[in-house]
Design a protein around this ligand. Structure first.
Ligand code: NAD
Length: 442
């Protein structure tokens, strides 16, 4: 354990000793992802008795870079975009984190996501620190050529602070395998040789890993199985599940649940969802989605995305976007278990309400860590130049997810805190340990 902190004054940098009631209640004024992260971090630090010096180090990102990116648009004019790369903490290894393209992305959001990556990598015990990147743009309104030029200019602008031993980007919202191929190529052209390990989430032929695409959904399913067994939530593999979002995380998780005999009663996309208490035919729903680009018209009762969250079911899997469960609707959630496929789907303001109701939460930094785990495998394979079979990737993924699940549950029981705070405590503790061991340079 980190050394027990001596209580110091409650300056803004050192306020983690703020009092908490019998149920931990992160204090956050409004739903700001960085504030949500800090509220939970402060609580975890307090429960751990975190060394106040280490607390000050971990509370801030190591480095924040904002870059201006001039890009020649298809109409011949130059447009200057803003990009960010935030590197939160390097104690456990090179920084690791995705690149998000969105018209709404803010520095605060990127900061929160970078810190989440630090805790997430520590929870699943992969040797990385946390980082995140973002570019303010509206990818739906840009051509492929514009997106390629933007990506290459962004990589050129952050090239001095990334690298296979420094900071390894990956896909996130609105970036994909193609984007990662451009990142790899741009970096490689600058270095004058191919550097596959600069980025993960690449196409398999360019040094990507088998099993990366399905990793997060599989990880969600692995921890669901463990939680159902651990808390006897339903008969093994007989639970009913509602999944919000049917993309890379939600769609794959729903397919896995269905394959294993779970009854998936609801599934949604951005336009809304379908509900059938007798269980949906998930392969047919996914085929419909692929063909029509929407679940509209698929047999079942139409529900909105917010109605889906409140349906009767054993397991709720928010796998779409952030801040879906808030203080406003948390009281109406009927699931016994929430498995957070998305990053930040539950606002800090909902934590205490869910806990009071006895809803168990498998938090994002554990539940969706399958993606970064197989990203780690991809980085290892690139550095070895030797690629693994799919069953080896999935077997190792399951081992690491199950181990992380039990490590979090041990903290939950030992410190008598919610599973979410237990996961934060584990992530913060492992990061703090390495920070203390490494000491302060210069
Ligand atoms: P995706 O783009 O493949 O799918 C997102 C899904 O959510 C789609 O079905 C979309 O229609 C739906 N959606 C989008 N906006 C919505 C909204 N406002 N309301 C309801 N539904 C909405 O994305 P993804 O890769 O599945 O990621 C989903 C979440 O999981 C994100 O929070 C992401 O950061 C997180 N995550 C993804 C991975 C990964 O490996 N893909 C890893 C860790 C965390």
């Amino acid at each position: 354990m980190p050394r027990t902190a001596a209580k110091k004054s409650s300056s803004p940098q050192n306020n983690h000793h703020a009092q908490s009631g019998p149920i931990e209640t992160p204090r956050v004024a409004k739903e700001n992802p960085f504030e949500s992260m800090l509220a939970r971090f402060d609580l975890a630090a307090e429960k751990l008795g975190l060394d106040p010096d280490v607390y000050q180090i971990l509370r801030r990102p190591d480095r924040e870079l904002t870059v201006s990116l001039p890009v020649r648009m298809d109409n011949g004019r130059i447009r200057v975009f803003t990009g960010f790369r935030v590197q939160h903490n390097i104690a456990r290894g090179p920084y690791k984190g995705g690149i998000r393209y969105s018209k709404d992305v803010t520095l605060d959001e990127v900061r929160a996501l970078a810190a989440w990556m630090t805790w997430k990598c520590a929870v699943v015990n992969v040797p990385f620190g946390g980082a995140k990147g973002g570019v303010i743009c509206d990818p739906q309104k840009m051509s492929t050529g514009e997106l390629e030029r933007l990506t290459r200019r962004y990589v050129a602008a952050i090239t001095d602070i990334i690298g296979p031993d420094r900071d390894v980007p990956a896909p996130d919202m609105n970036t994909n395998e193609q984007t990662m191929a451009w990142v790899m190529d741009t970096y490689s052209m600058q270095k004058r040789h191919t550097v596959t390990a600069i980025v993960t989430g690449k196409p398999v032929g360019l040094g990507g890993s088998l099993g990366r695409r399905t990793a997060t959904g599989f990880g969600v399913e692995f921890v669901t199985n463990e939680a159902i067994r651990r808390w006897k939530i339903a008969k093994p593999r007989k639970a009913t599940v509602a999944v919000q979002g049917s993309g890379n995380v939600g769609g794959i998780a729903a397919e896995r649940y269905h394959e294993l005999g779970y009854k998936v009663v609801a599934l949604s996309d951005v336009h809304g969802g379908v509900y059938d208490p007798k269980g949906l035919d998930i392969p047919k729903a996914m085929a419909h989605l692929q063909k029509k680009r929407s679940l509209q018209g698929f047999p079942g009762q139409r529900v909105t995305n917010s109605e889906l969250l409140e349906l009767p079911c054993d397991v709720l899997v928010p796998a779409a976007t952030e801040d879906q469960i808030t203080a406003e609707n948390a009281g109406r959630i009927r699931a016994k278990l929430i498995v957070e496929g998305a990053n930040g789907p539950t606002a800090a303001s909902a934590d205490a309400i869910l806990e009071e109701k006895g809803v168990i939460v498998i938090p994002d930094i554990l539940a969706n860590a399958g993606g970064v785990t197989v990203s780690y495998f991809e980085w290892v394979q690139d550095r070895q130049g030797f690629f693994w079979q799919l069953d080896e990737v999935n077997r190792r993924l399951e081992e690491m997810m199950v181990a992380a699940f039990h490590d979090v549950v041990d903290f939950h029981e030992r410190f008598k805190v919610s599973t979410r705070i237990a996961a934060y405590m584990l992530g913060v503790h492992r990061t703090a340990q390495f920070t203390l061991m490494r000491g302060i340079y210069a």
